[in-house]
Design a binder for this molecule. Sequence first.
Ligand SMILES: N[C@@H](CCC(=O)N[C@@H](CS)C(=O)NCC(=O)O)C(=O)O
Length: 211
Amino acid sequence: MKLYTFFRSSAAFRVRIALELKGLAYEPAFVHLAKGEHRDLEYIACNPQQLVPTLEDGGRLLTQSLAIIEYLEETHPSPPLLPRVPFERARVRSLSLLVACEIHPLNNLRTLTYLRKNLGQDEAQVSAWYRYWIADGLAKLEAELVGKAGRFSHGDTPTMADCCLVPQIFNAKRYDCDLGPHRTVMRVFDECMKLEAFERAQPSRQPDAEP
Ligand SMILES: N[C@@H](CCC(=O)N[C@@H](CS)C(=O)NCC(=O)O)C(=O)O
């Protein structure tokens, strides 16, 4: 398998964690988002959405991190990243979608670039936007997890929800967000980072990492 990835991409980070948790080898192909390589014609041929990640498996291409993780789950079921019981599977998907659909789109590269370039916002205003939506989103994730999380977001083994939670926290730390109020979220984050799979997938450990 080949994964089109960028060290700082939290969506690619989700898939890297899933690959590591499942012990699946992959070849990374680097797409430098800050240099706009996701808009190169060659990459658009792989991913018409012009987003990272893309997974190539047996010559076929798959986009969208959660679809990729579910594909890995179905093709390599062990260890599972989704529980067997339908209600619990839905719960893990719900937590994953809270991060991927409600938090991440508000603070990804193209959204922040639009604020800067099209709406003329300065860095302080962009940071205020970023921090507002992170605080709002993580408060909602905290409300979902408090009193319900196990060692991890759902139960005592890592799931797809943790593949989403951890990159979002890396992102929030990069923007110096106040993570103090999100105690359960941060407890789960710390628990995940004790595992080698999460550690190996993190941005600074990637061959394309930059300071
Ligand atoms: N929902 C998509 C999000 C993908 C996404 O937004 N990727 C970011 C990097 S984390 C990206 O490629 N951004 C390029 C841009 O915003 O122009 C997924 O889960 O794969």
